[in-house]
Design a protein around this ligand. Sequence first.
Ligand SMILES: Cc1cc2nc3c(=O)[nH]c(=O)nc-3n(C[C@H](O)[C@H](O)[C@H](O)COP(=O)(O)OP(=O)(O)OC[C@H]3O[C@@H](n4cnc5c(N)ncnc54)[C@H](O)[C@@H]3O)c2cc1C
Length: 182
Amino acid sequence: MNDFSDVIKGQVLRPGDDDFATALLPFNRAVDQSGVRAVVIPEDADDVAATVRHAGLAGLSVVTQPSGHGAAEGLDGEVLLRTHRLRGVTVDPERRVARVEAGAQWGEVLQATAKYGLTGSSPVVSVTGFLLGGGLSWFSRRHGFGASGVRALEAVTADGVPARVTADSDPDLFWALRGRRR
Ligand SMILES: Cc1cc2nc3c(=O)[nH]c(=O)nc-3n(C[C@H](O)[C@H](O)[C@H](O)COP(=O)(O)OP(=O)(O)OC[C@H]3O[C@@H](n4cnc5c(N)ncnc54)[C@H](O)[C@@H]3O)c2cc1C
């Protein structure tokens, strides 16, 4: 069986590697993640899909964390996929739509959208984690759940296949990914 480093362009760190202890630190330092098997830092979406496929073949679980704001105990033996390098944000002010990569934080979206009068949430929380949990921001009384504004999600399914998920393409998965009630 190949190693993760054989199937991705990004970085793979294991116990004993110089940067391993730093790479696994979550924002919430109260949580100990030192028992993870490896930290995988993808360069792009293809790396994410390859990581999920490879972990599946090896019988390993993958946990995704852009920032570790919501870190919880219990990751021993798992593969920690850190998406914090995937930071691209593009804004279409006419359509009032932003395309945000998996590791971007709201601060980056706020910077890109403020000049158009568009808004987001706490600057240090990642957009993906916030929206996957429904997302309540300072603007929720007026605009509702952040997840209500999601148009599409580019996801990798559990068998490692990239998928663009919308309300039309897969209503059940679209609902589940937004972490909220209908
Ligand atoms: C200072 C602070 C301010 C906050 N403010 C708010 C707020 O205003 N409103 C609010 O609703 N919440 C708020 N929260 C809570 C925050 O939204 C949640 O903790 C959110 O889940 C953090 O997302 P994250 O990606 O930064 O954290 P992470 O812990 O890195 O990720 C959170 C969860 O999302 C999952 N996840 C992230 N990316 C992916 C992905 N690409 N694929 C699959 N799963 C993924 C992770 O596995 C994890 O379960 C705040 C938290 C903090 C610490």
